[in-house]
Design a protein around this ligand. Structure first.
Ligand code: HEC
Length: 153
């Protein structure tokens, strides 16, 4: 009699342990997927970051700013962009500020992925160049200095 009581106790313990494992398994499975929704959220957020005309104001050319922009150009842009009209990997920058609106240029620098996904003019460039410009991770200030440098070309 005491033997059967013991086996019932063991059976109950075994069952509750199985239940615990089952519960753990479910938790682990539900912890897997959250990567996908997060990615969607990030893409949605970056769309809102595109600058509009009101975000970029131009005055007389500021030579100090343009010089800093030239330094950034030398380090991060020169490999793909010439200061002339010729294409290297990307288009040459001569006269770019007469072809393009300032905010469009700033968006190409700061948000190239969104531009290549959504902007027809950017997509046309991609068709010609066949290379996607990689985001150079410039700050807003650095991008603005590069724009100032472009105005001198
Ligand atoms: C690895 C090569 C590469 C580098 C480095 C690069 N770009 Fe580009 N860029 C491109 C390509 C290619 C395009 C054309 C669009 C495309 O195909 O993605 C482009 C397009 C542009 C345009 C639009 C040009 C136009 O005439 O419409 C701007 C503005 C620009 N890049 C700015 C920059 C700045 C600023 C830097 C440096 C901070 C930089 N790029 C670094 C490859 C590059």
């Amino acid at each position: 009699m005491s033997t059967s009581t013991k086996s019932i106790a063991i059976a109950v313990m075994a069952l509750s342990m199985m239940a615990a494992c089952g519960g753990g398994g479910t938790d682990a499975a539900s912890a897997g997927p959250p990567g996908a929704p997060t990615l969607e959220k990030e893409t949605g957020g970056s769309k809102a970051k595109l600058l509009t005309e009101a975000d970029v104001t131009l005055g007389d050319i500021d030579n100090g700013m343009a010089e800093k922009g030239k330094t950034t150009y030398d380090v991060k842009c020169q490999a793909c962009h010439s200061m002339g009209e010729n294409r290297v990997v990307g288009p040459g920058w001569k006269g770019i500020t007469t072809r393009r609106k300032p905010e469009w240029i700033m968006n190409m620098i700061l948000n190239v992925d969104v531009m290549l996904a959504e902007d027809a003019e950017a997509q046309k460039q991609l068709e010609q160049c066949l290379v996607r410009m990689p985001n150079q991770n410039l700050s807003m200030e650095e991008a603005r200095q590069v724009l100032e440098f472009m105005r001198t070309l």
